[in-house]
Structures are given as structure tokens and as C-alpha cells.
Design a protein around this ligand. Structure first.
Ligand SMILES: [Zn+2]
Length: 410
């Protein structure tokens, strides 16, 4: 991809609306466009990152046997009245009436809708268990939108729902999801931890939150540096009696054992082996997809700009062409690497070298390759690893091997 032909429009100035480091960098590096307070459009760079985040999530969800669907964002209020959550979530719901005066909302979440769908088709224990999931936009009329995608009115989530006959089966699904979440968050290179949480308005018997420590976090937990354990309450560490330290955290995932709250309220029953009528036992499993974009931007950057982990970077490398006569050579290097599935942003613009370096650091692809003035004699590409600042000189015929090594491809 040529930078000169791309829709990448970085800014030199810090955006005035930015409220925190990650928000500032995402706007300045042109990953996001702010439509209105709490509402964002994802520009091509941001969308590339979201696409990779979604691919990682999809692949792990599919591996545990979850099936993807896509539910409507517009939901009738009637289904919310069945669980009473039209009242519980009233303050954050975007509600409206259609031309026939029927009441609707823009879905802040989908437990009610998925339960309606499932009860329409499931009547016997033989059809159980299963897990359905979607990656979808959700809406909350946020009284105080803050920190860009961290607390926004429109956001993307992955939400999965498990349905089973027995508590044991819910346990099994929950454990599978818990493990899948660990794999997913490991791939995002987060320094995350898992804490037991209060199910709150979701209902159910137990839940776990996946948290990332960040300055802008709105929750506070207490951390034992020795045992690496987190506690809800300030109080010495229960294991080693050390003093705990408070830490601000951001929630990026949350899983719940919902039990029968929704199935009982909405009449989702099946017949068991003995022909008895039993409510479906549900679990639900959320990941804040757009929030992850923000959380990585917030926690992975330096004074020059963003530093994306290899797994979700918009491109694997930016290739700076400092001598216009080498543009063909750049294309040939790109072709070598694209054959191996590495994506390259070739900065072929007429801009001064300083501008190109600034943008390459700001955008934060994991590697910066430079075809410098002396490339014609040396035939060596300078490579800088964004994360560590390490520099390498790699001959063109070895560049493929270099990247394969860096990405641990055997
Ligand atoms: Zn301890």
C-alpha cells in the first residue's frame, strides 16, 4: 500500500478534544474520527486494527464451538419489559418510537433478544448445549462520555451466550470461555488480570472481569506486588499479609453465569430426559472490542507515538523510501514480504525524511524499514524495531527470513 494513495491524514498538532494519552494518539495518528462527543468513526488505520482484533476473537470463539450470528441493533421495548430491564437500564437506553408509535431501543446489550430467538427454535434437551456469539455495535446514552472509546455512547462488543440444561454444563462452557479469553487477551499482549466480580444488573450467580491496569481506569483494585493478586477491598494481602497498593484498571472483558434469570422471565424452557419442563441455563461472555483499541493505545506508546503489538498492528511494517528513484525497489521488497503474508505501508510521499519518520513512529507499526540514500551501493535495508528501538541492517535477499524469525514463523 502506498502512503501517497492512502487515506491516512495524520496531524501535527495535538487534538484539543483529547482527554488522555491513547485518545490523543488515536486522533492524531488518524485511527479515529470524532463525530460527536462519545461517538466515533473508525478510519482505515483504526479499522485495520479492529479487523485483526475481531479475527483473533472469531478464531478462538470458533475453536470452542461457538457459532456466529448477527442480531438487530433495533429492539422492541416489549422484550425488555419481560425481564424488567427496561427500567433497570432506562437511564442509558436510547429509546424512540416508530411511525406506528411502537417503542424501540438501540440495543445496549442482547440477552433479551437472544433468549427470544433461542426459545423460538429450542424445545428439547437433545438440542443442547450450544453457544452463539456476535460482534456488534451497542449503544448507551452515556451521561458523561470520556476518554474516547473507553466510555462512549456507541461501541463494538463481542457478546456470546451459552445455553445448557444443567448447571454442570454451564460450568463446562464457562471454563472453556474463561480459557479462550486468556488466549485472546494474551494475543493482545496485555498486562491483564482476572478478578471475581459482582454480576450487578446482569444477574446470575458469578462473574469474572478481565482488567487492564491503566491511568484512566475508573475502577480501583488493590494489588499485592509479591503474590500478584488483586483484591476488591483495601486490606492486607490475604495470602502473605503484605501491604497492598491501589491500582486503576479498565475492564476489557466480562463473563457471567447468568443462570435462569432470562429464560424464566421470557419463557425459554425445554423438556429434559424425563419429559419435565426446565428453564434454559445461560451464560454470557463479553469483550469490549473497540475499548481494546483504546486500551492498547493507552498502555503501549512512547513519546514518539503508538507501538502496536504485532498481532493487531495496522501494518507489519512501514517502509520509508528516502530516495524517490528507489520506489520500484520498495515495491519489489513489498512483494517479497506480501508473499509471506506481511503487510507493508510504503511511504513514497514527497515529504521530507523528518516528516516520514515522525509519521512512522506516530502510527506505530511494529517495524520501520528504511531504503536510505546508500541503498544503491549496500543493497541493505535498515530496520528498526519499534518496541525496543533495536536497529538492524538486512540484505534484501534476507529480509523475508528476518521477518519470519521476528514473527516466529517456522
Ligand atoms: Zn501477597
Amino acid at each position: 500500500m502506498f502512503y501517497s494513495k492512502s487515506f491516512i491524514n495524520t496531524s501535527r498538532e495535538d487534538p484539543k478534544v483529547a482527554e488522555c494519552r491513547g485518545h490523543k494518539l488515536l486522533l492524531k495518528a488518524n485511527f479515529l474520527y470524532m463525530v460527536s462527543s462519545g461517538i466515533y468513526s473508525y478510519l482505515p488505520l483504526g479499522w485495520r486494527v479492529l479487523d485483526k482484533i475481531n479475527k483473533i476473537i472469531r478464531s478462538e470463539m470458533n475453536l470452542v464451538g461457538a457459532q456466529e450470528l448477527f442480531m438487530s441493533a433495533v429492539q422492541p421495548i416489549d422484550i425488555w419489559k419481560k425481564t424488567g430491564r427496561d427500567k433497570d437500564l432506562e437511564e442509558v437506553m436510547f429509546k424512540f418510537k416508530d411511525r406506528k408509535s411502537r417503542e424501540f431501543c438501540l440495543g445496549p446489550t442482547h440477552e433479551e433478544e437472544i433468549t427470544e430467538i433461542v426459545k423460538r427454535y429450542i424445545s428439547s434437551y437433545k438440542q443442547l448445549p450450544f453457544v452463539l456469539y456476535q460482534i456488534q455495535t451497542k449503544f448507551r446514552d452515556e451521561p458523561r462520555p470520556r476518554f474516547g472509546l473507553m466510555r462512549s455512547s456507541e461501541f463494538i462488543m463481542k457478546d456470546a451466550y451459552s445455553f445448557s440444561l444443567t448447571q454442570q454444563c454451564l460450568e463446562d462452557n464457562y471454563q472453556k470461555m474463561y480459557k479462550a479469553y486468556q488466549i485472546i487477551f494474551d494475543k493482545f499482549k496485555f498486562n491483564y488480570f482476572i478478578s471475581e466480580a459482582d454480576p450487578g444488573a446482569m444477574g446470575g450467580s458469578a462473574s469474572h472481569e478481565f482488567m487492564v491496569p491503566a491511568e484512566i481506569g475508573e475502577d480501583v483494585l488493590y494489588f499485592c506486588p509479591k503474590c500478584k493478586k488483586y483484591y476488591k477491598e483495601e486490606g492486607k494481602c490475604l495470602v502473605c499479609q503484605c501491604e497492598t497498593k491501589s491500582e486503576k484498571v479498565v475492564e476489557v472483558g466480562h463473563i457471567f453465569k447468568l443462570g435462569t434469570k432470562y429464560s424464566k422471565a421470557q419463557g425459554a424452557f425445554v423438556l429434559d430426559q424425563q419429559g419435565r419442563r426446565k428453564p434454559l441455563i445461560m451464560g454470557c461472555y463479553g469483550i469490549g472490542v473497540s475499548r481494546i483499541l483504546s486500551a492498547v493505545a493507552e498502555t503501549s506508546s512512547d513519546s514518539k507515538g503508538l507501538i502496536w503489538p504485532k498481532t493487531i498492528a495496522p501494518f507489519d511494517a512501514t517502509l520509508l523510501v528516502l530516495d524517490k528513484s528507489q520506489t520500484q525497489e520498495a515495491l519489489s521488497i513489498e512483494a517479497l514480504l506480501e508473499k509471506e503474508c506481511f503487510s507493508i505501508l510504503i511511504d513514497d510521499r514527497k515529504s521530507p525524511a523528518g516528516v516520514k519518520f515522525n509519521d512512522a513512529y506516530l502510527i506505530g507499526n511494529p517495524y520501520i524499514m528504511i531504503i536510505g540514500k546508500n541503498y544503491r551501493e549496500s543493497a541493505k535495508i535498515e530496520v528498526e524495531k519499534r518496541e525496543t528501538g533495536q536497529k538492524f541492517e538486512i540484505a534484501k535477499d534476507k529480509i523475508k527470513d528476518f521477518f519470519r524469525d521476528e514473527y516466529n514463523i517456522k
